[in-house]
Design a binder for this molecule. Structure first.
Ligand code: HEM
Length: 172
């Protein structure tokens, strides 16, 4: 099994983690159409230009490919509380033939915590590139599962493209 491609020797000058616009049209809709807002907590961040950041937590590699875990919490709210869409602690399972993106199911503040994970997107298979001291997946295609459609208020059909996932982790 090919586990990585040796493409360059320079380590990119970006933090190890998941860099993801989530879905640009959704974010714009929340901020304009739904009169809403978002928060970034627990190590998550945004670059002010639409890309969200979930910090690298851990990685392991098995027969099925990589399991990449990230921290951080990005949550959208709007419509006076009717819209609440959290993206918390993403976990990516990814091999050469495909993968999944799961998030921790999260409930609004004040409700009992729910630690179940839900798979919100199917990923197209990718092998990482070796960039100096890092492994990088520059643009992984993600398509909504039924659970992802439900998370986003049934506004999109199953299979709708999310924005591509970009991951960088320390070389393992
Ligand atoms: C009071 C309740 C709501 C109203 C009145 C409402 C209204 C609308 C309207 C008018 C649009 C189309 C406008 C546009 O494209 O800019 C839209 C799109 C959308 N809504 Fe809502 N909505 C509500 C609740 C929700 C909730 C609870 C969610 C998610 C859990 C949600 C997710 C979406 C999404 C994902 C889109 C598509 C955005 C895009 O990619 O263009 N909405 N909504």
């Amino acid at each position: 099994m090919v586990n990585e491609r040796d493409d360059a020797s320079e380590t990119p000058d970006i933090d190890p983690g998941l860099h993801w616009r989530i879905k640009d049209s959704f974010v714009k809709y929340v901020l304009r159409g739904a009169g809403g807002a978002y928060s970034v907590t627990d190590g998550a961040d945004d670059d002010g230009a639409g890309t969200f950041f979930f910090p690298f937590a851990s990685a392991s590699r098995g027969d099925g490919g990589w399991v990449l875990s990230f921290g951080g919490d990005v949550r959208f709210s709007g419509h006076h509380g009717a819209l609440f869409v959290p993206f918390t602690e993403p976990v990516i399972r990814l091999g050469e033939t495909g993968g999944t993106l799961a998030i921790r199911r999260t409930v609004p503040e004040g409700s009992p915590a729910d630690t179940e994970r839900i798979v919100i997107a199917e990923l197209t298979g990718e092998v990482p590139q070796r960039l100096g001291d890092a492994l990088a997946w520059p643009a992984v295609t993600a398509q909504l599962t039924p659970a992802g459609v439900s998370l986003l208020g049934d506004a999109y059909p199953v299979g709708t493209l999310m924005d591509p996932l970009r991951m960088l982790i320390p070389a393992q």
